[in-house]
Design a protein around this ligand. Structure first.
Ligand SMILES: [Cu+2]
Length: 115
């Protein structure tokens, strides 16, 4: 019984590690330390479409529409150029003005200013 409990505890720890591992672990952007700001990918626009954040603030992107969207630009990892319908991605950004677009939908643009 003890072995089963120990195994269950080990699995729980492993599951927690897998779940909390950042999707953008290879992203070179600085680690975000402040609370996350949410940007939704809707059909077919970013909400909000303009955003100013302080360096160190995380941006949590949420695919919230029914259509497929992708993101490119702003130093985001190339993996986000793949289109998808569901999911989230949280990252920090370096200082500067970024233009993030969805390549599928013309005009689906996020202007992000990091001060
Ligand atoms: Cu799109």
């Amino acid at each position: 019984m003890k072995r089963i409990l120990a195994l269950a505890a080990t699995l729980a720890v492993l599951a927690a590690i897998v779940i909390t591992a950042p999707a953008g672990a290879t992203n070179a952007a600085p680690k975000a330390t402040a609370a996350a700001v949410t940007v939704k990918l809707k059909d077919s626009y970013f909400s909000p479409s303009r955003l100013t954040i302080s360096r160190g603030t995380a941006v949590r992107f949420v695919w919230a529409g029914k259509l497929s969207h992708n993101m490119t630009g702003g130093g985001l990892p190339k993996s986000l150029a793949r289109t998808k319908v569901h999911g989230t991605f949280t990252t920090g950004f370096s200082k500067g003005t970024k233009t993030i677009i969805c390549t599928i939908h013309p005009g689906m643009v996020l202007k992000l200013r990091v001060r």
